[in-house]
Design a protein around this ligand. Sequence first.
Ligand code: MEV
Length: 442
Amino acid sequence: MRSDISGFYKLPVERRLRILRERAGLSKSDIKTLAHNSALLHETADMMIENVVGTIQLPIGIATHFKINGVDKFVPMAIEESSVVAAASYAAKLARPEGFKASSDEPLMIGQIQLKSIKNMEKAKKDIVRRFEELKSIANGRESVLVKLGGGLKGIELRELDTDRGKMLIVHLLIDVRDAMGANAVNTYCEEIAPYLEELTGGKSVLKIISNLAARRIVRARAVWKKNDLGKETIDRILDAYAFAKADPYRAATHNKGVMNAIDAVMIATCNDWRAAEAGAHAYAALNGYKPLTAYEKNKNGDLAGKIELPLAVGLVGGATRMHPVAQVALKILDVNSARDLAEVVACVGLANNFAALRAMVKEGIRQGHMKLHATNIAHMAGAKEEEIALVAKRLVEEGNISYSRARQAVKQVRYDIRKKKIKKLIRSVRQRVQHKTERKN
Ligand code: MEV
């Protein structure tokens, strides 16, 4: 399967779906789910959250041209912001033929048990370490699918904190959650082990909960963009932009927002917990003062080498991913075998979008890329009808004035032009008919 389809964006939706069906091996019913029936049924929605009154839909776009660890991929992205899908595809196209290289840690999540009122902290710590194997066999001894699959409690970390309310011992449970995002499994482990730790340490447990700083579940990806494609000046300017983000948290926040544009879009398309991804990514970025999640340098050939590193807790099983029919189709399109595979794709898309945003900003400016779709949105808001939208948008882009007030005027002008054209056409055809009749008479 090849994902490098040029001009995918120019095709009508039906044709794009046909390509997806052929190349990603989707069934007719998958296509129906994606294209015609993607609204979540109220019955399903009602099982997902409380007090359901409806559902909301987002566009799903396919990022093309991705090649990850030698394998071509289509990447479904659900997002309301224009240009993100185009940017990802463009960066992936420029990264070919090598594409992206990605790797990931084992899916280890951290569960935190907060213990207070411990009288002898040193003894408590020693006792926990000494009895860890016992704790582990109690925790993993339950009939658990996770343990059968090779997951479960793997390790422990102890952290002593001096807080406003006295000394606390924080016990980190390191739990391999396999192909799950892991929150449920981790919280269960924490709640089950806490009473043993209370008994062992004489302390009192307060919180027993997952940490979204999934620092043991790191994903890395890298790609090289060639000097011949970018030009030396653009590479230097991208390095300037990166230096700015490294030196300034105000800029780093926006830099990382660009990364998360893409990451969240894939998380949403697969119904993964994107709030967890956001929390983890930003906490990781802030570990040593807030920094960019990506890094760039010139390699020995003068090309631009980019990389990304961040924690990503994604799942293929459980929760909304299993329940939502569109998420299931999205996973089929992604063709991933494990949560780690999915996390690697997500990281590559994050790097791709960040690179594309930097490239656009140091070259034509970000507005240029956004302009056409933005103008289309404004034309729509200003009341342009289907046949008028493209014409109004074109005018706004040509004039460089994409404002609502200008769009209102442009709608009137376009409508007037269309009517004038129609009348002219009508007059021409009446004239032709009259001429035809006269010729026949003669
Ligand atoms: C917009 O959604 C994202 C950007 O602001 C990211 C960036 O500035 O790097 C373009």
